[in-house]
Design a protein around this ligand. Sequence first.
Ligand code: SF4
Length: 367
Amino acid sequence: MAEPPKTLRSAADVARADLVPADALPALERVAARYAVGITPALVDLMDPDDPQDPIARQFVPAAAELETRPEELADPIGDDAHSPVEGIVHRYPDRVLLKLVHVCAVYCRFCFRREMVGPGKRQTLAPAAQGAALGYIRDHPAIWEVILTGGDPLVLSPRRLRAVVRELADITHVKVIRVHTRLPVADPEKITPAMVRALRAGGKATYVVLHANHPRELSEPVRAACARFVDAGIPMLSQSVLLRGVNDDAATLEALMRSFVECRIKPYYLHHADLAPGTAHFRTTIAEGQALMRNLQGRVSGLCQPAYVLDIPGGHGKAPVGPCYWHKEGVVGSQAPTYQICDRSGTLHEYRDEAAEVKSRNITGT
Ligand code: SF4
């Protein structure tokens, strides 16, 4: 009986699977020595072997371009380490923390913003004592309202270990929301088992699952079924995608991706501008290109299908929406009412006179 297909974990595995030409192997071995490789059978099945530009392959198959690090690229592009008070915690905003339990994933994305931290041989899974200290930090900071399980991919943990962490978080009165960031439903949909879903619901806190997917073909039938297991169990889902050159940097693909999310009852949440991770310049678009795509999306799909286009400001300064902007202020007419030029979805400008500002100003000055 033939063995079931396995996850490809090296450049040689990828070459044996005919995903790269044999003469590319020496360069790709150098890539794999620096950045983890992992491609599950589910993702190999989604690739079109006849398309050299296949958008699924581009996300997971290592490329020689990753050996080129540009001066502006950073080992820790979003500044996790600068905001890590104890191992496993990133506390960047007052009311929420990241809890990084593991630094491994089911698959390794070639554009990963934590590529210097994730993968075998990189940072370790939190040891029990370190996990206890991280949970203690959350317990000691009453302002923490939301805990975001990320990593690595927290859903590579067993349901038993996930349940234990979720229960400990649920016992902390001031923690009201648990959010789980994952790529596992796309990478290995069968791993989203009823036991895992029950583990995330343990403790009864509001729990959200945020799915990372970048191309509509990633939302295959098994992936849709895996997501339905969360949503049917009362776990709302959100999406996050990265804007990637050659993967989803065209309006039709982005539209299909956002529609697919919504069809799966996943609310589009973030479209990330690609971070300055080392060896990823070939994936980055310009911000102007991203804004043009978002403007195009605004004209094509309802608000339900609109993510926020965000940039993680390099150095750990947090996320900022980066547009596009649909208005500009024209000036102040007559007494105090400012006027704005507002752009509709077809690009036509309309004047809006903000009378409420004039009334407010009159009340303040008593005129
Ligand atoms: S799943 Fe997330 S953390 Fe893992 S390699 Fe991909 S982007 Fe990085």
